[in-house]
Design a protein around this ligand. Sequence first.
Ligand code: 5GP
Ligand code: ZN
Length: 114
Amino acid sequence: MTDCIFCKIADGKIPADIVYQDDRVVAFRDLNPQAPLHVLVIPRQHFDTIADMAQADMALVGHMQWVGLEVARQAGVVEDGFRTVINCNADGGQSVYHLHMHVLGGRQMAWPPG
Ligand code: 5GP
Ligand code: ZN
């Protein structure tokens, strides 16, 4: 996707504060953090939303969760707790249409989410 901001971050065409990357995913700090730890984990492959993935693609979501856990571990928030979130489409609150998982930690999270 040539016009996708997160594809451009994954390709290194626009800067981001990258905390982890490998051949399948990139993790970088959110521009507008909602918690002391707020990292986005994205697949290098473009999917508009999680609803655009096939069942065969879902191993990638497992890898994203693993990377999210490692990011939380690095930040030292695992014992106190953290949250991973994938927003999907308008009611889910998605604003960037390249699949991403939020990793949030470092403060008490509220439930239910807004
Ligand atoms: P969504 O609302 O789609 O689940 O989350 C999109 C997130 O991407 C938001 O938290 C927003 O702050 C973040 N974001 C949007 N544009 C950029 C950007 O160019 N760089 C970074 N690092 N984060 C961005
Ligand atoms: Zn993209």
